[in-house]
Design a protein around this ligand. Structure first.
Ligand code: FE
Length: 337
């Protein structure tokens, strides 16, 4: 009898230990869908797992594919977190009902209000500045001033821009609409188009290559592309200029993350999100792509810091999403392809 009880007890113990083991392994993990590539995210996930014992599984793809997948999977999605670039994309994910609000004092303290969703469905984790890059042999920095100024006739045949199809330019124009209104913004964009030296280019790097080759004098790019290009070829006659310093500040955007509506591991996912905003992860998150930490208490990488301090536009980056459709229509009307 006693032996029977004991063996039952042992079986129960084994059974529960086994179950507990499964539960722990299941509960203590976070599944991430990421539009940032593996080399940009894995170092932080490894640091998080080392700190907390929580595993991070991830899938990387482009943002369109990930949003489509989240939509198709609905509440059955295995993903707990979405990481993507551009507030326009994060805003779209929230609008599609794919994210859930997160209440966290840590996130509120680490991420400035203009870099997160007012409804708390996503949080910026790194800042990218969309600024001017000019040919140092053809332009004196004193000639440069603001995004609007690039519409002036003195820049005729001197401006190169990336295609308006890229969300980065849509976000820039969306935030200009918020600042100036549609009519004035349309005038500015028409002015840009009138000043184009070439048809719009496929990407930021190509636009800088055109500037370096003297095919145009100035362009607008995200600074990390400048960092990458200059690392490869330090002698290019290119320099950064920070526009709108006497006015609204440099146009910025974010890469960021939110917790999915269908998250099965919500608490662990919130822990990961908080970790990504922390001192320990912020440099890993920003430096590896030559971006700026979103947490203002963290200093950027020395290479990035050497580009100088600048005033950021304090407008909430959610504006990029809210006015994206208007920006796309406006650029089309202005003949910016
Ligand atoms: Fe980019």
């Amino acid at each position: 009898m006693l032996r029977l009880c004991f063996s039952r007890y042992l079986a129960a113990m084994l059974c529960c230990t086994a179950l507990l083991g499964t539960n722990v392994a299941y509960a203590e993990q976070v599944v991430v869908y990421s539009a940032r590539i593996e080399q940009l995210i894995k170092p932080m996930f490894d640091a998080f797992t080392q700190d907390t014992g929580i595993a991070v599984k991830f899938v990387t793809d482009n943002e369109g594919a990930l949003l489509a997948r989240l939509k198709a999977e609905g509440k059955n999605t295995p993903a707990d977190m979405l990481i993507t670039v551009d507030a326009g994309n994060l805003w779209e994910a929230a609008r599609e009902g794919l994210l859930r609000p997160v209440e966290s004092k840590t996130l509120d303290a680490n991420i400035p209000a203009h870099l997160r969703d007012p409804q708390k469905q996503w949080f910026g984790l790194s800042v990218r500045a969309r600024t001017m890059v000019y040919n140092t042999q053809k332009v004196k920095p004193a000639e440069l001033s603001s995004y609007d100024d690039l519409a002036e006739p003195k820049w005729k045949g001197r401006l190169c821009l990336r295609s308006s199809k890229k969300v980065y330019n849509q976000s820039l124009v969306a935030m200009m609409i918020a600042e100036h209104g549609e009519a004035k913004t349309e005038q500015i964009v028409k002015g840009w188009v009138a000043n184009f030296a070439t048809d719009p280019l496929s990407d930021d790097t190509r636009a800088m290559e055109f500037v370096a080759a003297g095919k145009c004098d100035v362009t607008l790019v995200n600074t990390y592309y400048y960092g990458r290009l200059l690392t490869k070829n330090p002698v290019l006659p290119l320099a950064i200029f920070w526009p709108n310093q006497a006015g609204s500040g440099v146009h910025i955007n974010v890469s960021g993350a939110g917790i999915t509506k269908g998250a099965k591991n919500e608490q662990a996912a919130i822990k990961l999100l908080e970790f990504l905003s922390s001192e320990k992860a912020q440099n890993l998150f920003a430096d590896i792509n030559m971006e700026y930490p979103a947490n203002p208490r963290i200093k950027p990488d020395p290479v990035v810091a050497a580009w100088g301090n600048f005033k950021q536009n304090p407008m909430n980056v959610a504006t990029a999403g809210e006015l994206q459709a208007a920006a796309v229509k406006l650029m089309d009307r202005a003949g910016y392809r």
